[in-house]
Design a protein around this ligand. Structure first.
Ligand code: PGA
Length: 229
């Protein structure tokens, strides 16, 4: 199965010029759309999720790359992927029901979706199962091949004070439980970088990464992509 590496820039960088500089610094010919051709065990798909205000401009300037929206705000912009349910939004009060509406709308509009789920506090994994069920209620079976779930324990996300990366074994065991509810492609997210990503990809059920801070550091992002190959 092709691995998916999603670079979630959140609200960085501050300007369009800096965003273009970041892309140039990636020096990644393999970011190109269509890279990989036929899916093999080692093929990798890379998608960039820039701040919304630069999205259309970047899509125009770099049509050879895959692009994603950090939240479902428009069906007019023809991105490849839409991220829904990120903890930044859940923290601001977005409920599973609201996530579910966006999720179904994004799938209904034909997009591929990355749905993020994860427990706030260590040890509350049962909440993740409930959240996955509630967020994906009503998913059409013919849309499952456009659906990706990112398991992101919130306590592991770099912007959470005191964040620590999850262990690959723990992430994989939670994903095994989630797969019993919904059998799609699973990514891990939460403080991944070039040095810890290999352990996650060694787990057979982790088929990609949702990358925050390290996607703003070209050499780290490159290492993550290389580890996926
Ligand atoms: P991080 O962010 O890689 O900086 O921990 C991941 C995310 O919030 O999606």
């Amino acid at each position: 199965m092709t691995k998916l590496i999603a670079g979630n820039w959140k609200s960085n960088p501050a300007t369009l010029a800096e965003a273009e500089g970041l892309i140039a610094n990636y020096q990644l010919p393999r970011l190109r759309r269509g890279f990989g051709g036929q899916a093999t065990a080692n093929s990798v798909e890379v998608v960039l999720l820039p701040p919304f205000e630069f999205l259309e401009e970047l899509m125009k300037k770099f049509p050879q790359f895959k692009w994603g929206m950090q939240d479902f705000v428009s069906s007019e912009i023809k991105v490849d992927y839409v991220l829904v349910g990120h903890s930044d939004r859940r923290r601001r009060g977005e409920t599973d029901e609201e996530v579910n509406k966006k999720f179904l709308a994004a799938l209904g509009a034909g997009f591929k979706v990355i749905l993020a789920v994860g427990e706030m506090q260590k040890g509350n994994e049962s909440g993740v199962m409930d959240s996955l069920k509630a967020s994906t209620t009503g998913v059409p079976t013919d849309a499952l091949d456009r659906l990706n779930v990112a398991y992101e324990p919130v306590w592991a996300i770099s912007t959470t004070p005191g964040a620590e990366v999850d262990t690959p074994e723990h992430a994989s065991s939670v994903i095994s439980e989630l797969q019993k509810i919904l059998n799609v492609r699973y990514l891990y997210g939460g403080s991944v970088d070039g040095s810890n990503i290999g352990g996650f990809f060694a787990q057979p059920n982790i088929k990609g990464a949702l990358v925050g801070a390290a996607s703003l550091k070209p050499s780290e992002f490159r290492k993550i992509i290389e580890a996926a190959e």
